[in-house]
Design a protein around this ligand. Sequence first.
Ligand SMILES: Cc1cc2nc3c(=O)[nH]c(=O)nc-3n(C[C@H](O)[C@H](O)[C@H](O)COP(=O)(O)O)c2cc1C
Length: 249
Amino acid sequence: MNQIYESLLSRKSVRVFEKRSVEDSIKEAVLHAAFQAPTAGNQMLYSIIDVTDEELKKKLSITCDNQRFIAEAPLVFIFLADSRRWMDAYEEAGLTARKPGAGDLLLSIQDAVIAAQNAVTAAESFGLGSCYIGDILENVEEVRKLLDLDAYVVPITMLVLGYPEAKQKERGKPVRFEKEYIVHENHYRRLTPVEHREMFAKRSGSETFDYDEYMRKFCERKYMSEFSLEMTRSSAVYLKAFLDESEEE
Ligand SMILES: Cc1cc2nc3c(=O)[nH]c(=O)nc-3n(C[C@H](O)[C@H](O)[C@H](O)COP(=O)(O)O)c2cc1C
């Protein structure tokens, strides 16, 4: 197996980091790899906030569902889907370009996430661990103020990075669903009730897997949880603000 493939297969999220900081040269190399990711029209429709202020890290660890490890991460990068920079650039050229719309937003989200994943893979190659923080979508009102965002700049994901503590390296990687439930040929197909049960049972690796109990607990703990409801509310505010701004005369 080649090294890149091996790294993609073995990579897992890291949430506990050694106290040592990440060398500037490695941080620069990780960011540089993010910039080399594919990007729509070579526009780089994203910006990255490098969070170096420890107080800000602490505040973000609270707004992101009180995940304390965020405050302790040596590196914290926030990937913003950024339609503002190109709007301003058009304006600077004296153009009256149309306002960014839904397509631009979705494209910029793709750009931001692809760049983030390049950073993850590059970080891994330097022995750094990382974890995505989806909860950056929560608490829009506070996050906007903390980061000085406007309606065309949406924080899509956050990455925390650092050297993994030994125990994190030993932790097993969560098993994925099997290909037959994920890849469809030529058109989308809803899974049957039996397939749903099989898919989870196979992933659990246990012959006595209790589907109904697992689903009940997962739904309660994740999907219906306070943080998930807040993420849904907050994300809708970002979307509405973006689309309202683009519809304004
Ligand atoms: C979009 C996204 C959001 C995530 N948000 C969080 C988060 O807020 N907190 C956290 O601890 N892990 C978060 N994770 C990490 C996932 O929990 C993790 O990737 C998943 O459980 C699979 O484990 P693995 O990455 O170790 O293979 C997130 C991952 C992704 C891709």
